[in-house]
Every structure is written in C-alpha cells, then in structure tokens.
Design a protein around this ligand. Structure first.
Ligand code: MD5
Ligand code: FE
Length: 206
C-alpha cells in the first residue's frame, strides 16, 4: 500500500519494478541522443550527479543560473522524446496520489555513481507549483533527505530502492530535499549507479 512520507508526499514501493528493464532500455536510448554530463552550478561548482533530460523541456544549469530549455546546450538539438513507458507510469502514480490531470513536459535524468550526492535544495523553477513532481528510482539504493519548506528544519532520511516511485505534491512540493553520498554497490541491472527520473510540469496549463 502507498506510504506517506509527510503531507503531500506519497511513496509507492516497487511501483516500476516490473517495467524497470524496459524503462532502463528507453533511458539508455535517450542518453545516446542526449548524453549525461556534469553541469556547472551558478555557485561555481561542478555537480557530482550527471544529468540529462527528455521531453519538450530539459533542465539546464550553468554559471548564469538554472532554467528549463527546449534545446540541449551540448548538441543544439531538441531533447529526445519522453519514453512512453515512463510517462505512462508517472501519470499512473500521480493519479493514485490524486493528480489525474498530471501532464509533465520535462523529465530530468539524474545518474549517481558511488560518492555522488545532491545537496539540500528546493525545486522552484517550474511555473506550475500546483502540479506534483514524480520521481522514479532505478539501480543502487540511496538515502533521500526530506525536509520541510524551511531550510532550518532537520531533514528526515528515507532509503529509496530500485523500483520505488515518490509523488511529491502539496506542501512537500517546496520542501528542501537532497540525496546523501551514494554508497558503493553493484546492482544486478544497472551496475555501479543509481538513476533517478523526475517528471515535471514546468509550463502552466490553461
Ligand atoms: C533524486 N532529484 O533522487 C531527486 C529526486 C532533483 C532531485 O531532487 O531536483 O533532480 S526528486 C525529489 C523531490 C522533488 C520535489 C520535492 C521533493 C523531492 N521534496 O519535497 O522532497 O535525484
Ligand atoms: Fe530536487
């Protein structure tokens, strides 16, 4: 049964377990067109997480800031299409969490290798903050840090594993969150890495 991680955050354990091989194959096809890269942050750091995107919009970071863009800055081409299997699963998860109209226009692909981490942050570059973010976890387990909309509050820690899906909506949408440094390990399907897909509705719908 779905578990609540807090107001608005719904954990669906193993929701994409069965489809994981098919999902991974689709993600690898996307990454052949739009390879993973370590983006620069506006603060002057290089991210330890490697990223790419698919769908109409992709997430981009460089010394000028964070933004969503229709083209991959590496190739100048449009981002690859969202894999149909991933989109369908993200919409099913959103519907279970009470968002039957979820229509993502961006899917960010994050790849973590052992040692990679994501510092505590909020996702607020999307125009439509009433839409949830749906995240799909594949590969090595991660310790997810889940705080509140106030940076001061100490985050709770949750272990997310291969096949897990979380729907982040309502009050959790603007919660501070991050990922602790990935532990060493070897996953049967993905090897030494974790891939997280986040489906996002960036543009406001009328
Ligand atoms: C990850 N990625 O595991 C996470 C999963 C990112 C990012 O944080 O920005 O790429 S998404 C988790 C998320 C999204 C929106 C709200 C909250 C969590 N939250 O309220 O904790 O690579
Ligand atoms: Fe985030």
């Amino acid at each position: 049964a779905p578990a609540s991680l807090g107001p608005g955050a719904l954990l669906l354990r193993g929701f994409v377990l069965k489809e994981a091989p098919e999902l991974l194959q689709a993600v690898e096809a996307v990454l052949q067109q739009a390879p993973l890269r370590h983006m620069q942050t506006p603060g002057g750091y290089t991210m330890s997480v490697a990223t790419s995107s698919c769908g109409p919009l992709g997430w981009v970071s460089d010394p000028r800031g964070y933004r969503y863009a229709a083209h991959d800055p590496l190739s100048g081409q449009a981002w690859p299409d969202m894999p149909a299997v991933g989109l369908a699963l993200a919409q099913q998860a959103a519907a279970l969490a009470g968002y039957p109209q979820f229509a993502p226009d961006a899917c960010l692909i994050n790849q973590y290798q052992p040692g990679a981490k994501l510092s505590l942050h909020q996702d607020r570059d999307e125009q439509d903050l009433s839409a949830p973010i749906v995240s799909l976890s594949l590969g090595l387990p991660a310790v997810f840090l889940f705080g509140t909309p106030s940076r001061q509050d100490r985050p709770q820690r949750y272990r997310l594993v291969h096949g897990d899906v979380v729907v982040w909506g309502g009050p959790s949408r603007l919660a501070f969150h991050g990922v602790a440094p990935l532990a060493e390990g070897e996953h049967a399907l993905l090897g030494r890495r974790r891939i997280n897909l986040t489906f996002r509705q960036v543009k406001r719908r009328v």
